[in-house]
Design a protein around this ligand. Structure first.
Ligand code: NAD
Length: 420
């Protein structure tokens, strides 16, 4: 193990990849190459704080593979960000883009910082300096960042502006998840949560379960992914019985009115004190009686300690890595239908791809068109993965990994090794 591979998320991702490689007799040279990222960049990000002092933060950008096209992946601002975590997420992006058939490779970036403690001005200065440090390595043909935990469309606007200032003209295609006014795509903000619910619909159909109020949904995380997953489940007519954010959750066994919860959250910036619901901890929330669980916050929340207590029949992994490798085994043995992260949360990168395509063409699509193309890709991929899992008698995560690795490895072998 080294600084790249030491983290638990990297180890988890590597285990899933290794199992798939064995199942498909992957070319050993391709396996060795894909086990590690193509390029890992560590930068210092000196940032002027509002009190005049300068703090130096550490930033990363890891490009795992550009075999299928320019690298693509979010930027995370969080205290726990480290090289290994970013590298694991970059590898997951390679497999995610490959799985859903996009002409893109995988990358991820991050800065080790508690973004909630920064003022808006400090966050802007940090973003601009981080962008400037990584700018030789990004661009519409090279590597296209997007939002992740702790970053949003405003952060992407600063990134786009900094890059554009450096090259001397507007380059909207350098980043996705931007505001609509500067080349963003309709439907991008809700795309990950929406996609995570599209695959829930497919799973309910496959398991011959109804799509009505009898289906209780629990969502962990009420950010970009969690709030839209809750909204889409609610709009579909399912009962969203619990939601949470970092400070805890709310539960009503009869179902929450998600429109009202969202209003309450935007006014109060917390779910605490929401009327017509009882408070639950994030740990208890995962074990609530429900049919569908959509963990949409951080990784590792379902682990060997609580996997036997999960009551959901379907888990759609809105977050990256919410189920550990050990826990996944337990869930599969218990017959729980787990839709793996790089399928369940691929909606974000799919609409990011649409945004990039729209920016390159300077021609923008309607939200209806975007959502229907998103549904088509999500459901086709789900069906392919399900078919592969049934044909090979393997779980969905392995089937998705086999499908994803096959496409990248075929492309790698066609392109060959440079130099020979
Ligand atoms: P976000 O910052 O908008 O929201 C994160 C949410 O999780 C917030 O509600 C926060 O309060 C909550 N949270 C944070 N720590 C928590 C904890 N320890 N326990 C419970 N809740 C906690 O982030 P996001 O963009 O919604 O991303 C959430 C997850 O989805 C991440 O794993 C991210 O990598 C993944 N993801 C995001 C996208 C996207 O398009 N935004 C795409 C694919 C995957």
């Amino acid at each position: 193990m080294d600084i790249i591979t030491e983290g638990h998320l990297y180890q988890n991702t590597l285990l899933t990849f290794t199992e798939a490689a064995q199942l498909m007799n992957l070319d050993p040279n391709v396996f060795e190459r894909l086990k590690r990222p193509k390029r890992s960049i560590i930068v210092s990000v000196p940032t002027r704080m509002d009190d005049g002092s300068v703090k130096v933060f550490t930033g990363y950008r890891v490009q795992h593979s550009s075999t299928l096209g320019p690298c693509k992946g979010g930027i995370r601002y969080h205290e726990s960000v480290n090289l290994s975590e970013v590298a694991a997420l970059a590898m997951l992006m390679t497999f995610k883009c490959s799985l859903v058939g996009l002409p893109l490779g995988g990358a991820k970036g991050g800065v080790q910082v508690n973004a909630t403690k920064l003022s808006r001005a400090e966050k802007q200065r940090l973003t601009r300096r981080y962008t400037s440090e990584i700018s030789p390595f990004i661009g519409p043909e090279k590597d296209i960042p997007a939002p992740d935990i702790g970053t949003d469309s405003q952060t992407m606007a600063w990134l786009m502006d900094t890059y554009s200032q450096e090259v001397g003209h507007a380059v909207p295609g350098v980043v996705t998840g931007k505001p609509i006014e500067i080349g963003g795509s309709l439907g991008r903000n809700t795309s990950t949560g929406r996609g995570a619910v599209f695959v829930v619909e497919e799973a309910l159909n496959h398991l011959k379960m109804k799509q009505d109020k009898s289906i209780r949904v629990v969502v962990q995380g009420f950010g970009e992914v969690g709030a839209s997953a809750a909204q889409c489940s609610y709009d579909l007519g399912l009962s969203v019985v619990a939601v949470s954010d970092v400070s805890g959750g709310i539960y009503n066994s009869k179902g929450l009115n998600i429109n009202q919860v969202k209003d309450y959250y935007s006014k109060n910036k917390t779910l605490k004190g929401y009327p017509e619901a009882e408070a639950v901890t994030n740990e208890a929330l995962l074990e609530l009686p429900c049919e569908v669980l959509i963990p949409s916050a951080v990784d590792g929340v379902i682990n060997s300690k609580n996997a036997s207590k999960i009551s959901a029949k379907i888990i759609s992994e809105g977050a990256n890595g919410p189920v550990t490798h050990d826990a996944h085994q337990i869930l599969i043995e218990r017959g729980i239908f787990v839709i793996p992260d790089f399928l369940a949360n691929a909606g974000g990168v799919i609409v990011s791809y649409f945004e990039w395509v729209q920016d390159l063409q300077n021609f923008f699509w309607s939200e209806k068109e975007i959502n229907s193309r998103l549904r088509e890709i999500m459901t086709t991929t789900f069906k392919n993965v399900l078919q592969q899992s049934q044909a090979q008698k393997i779980d969905l995560r392995k089937a998705a990994m086999v499908t994803a690795v096959k496409r990248v490895s075929t492309a790698m072998l066609l392109r060959g090794l440079y130099p020979q």
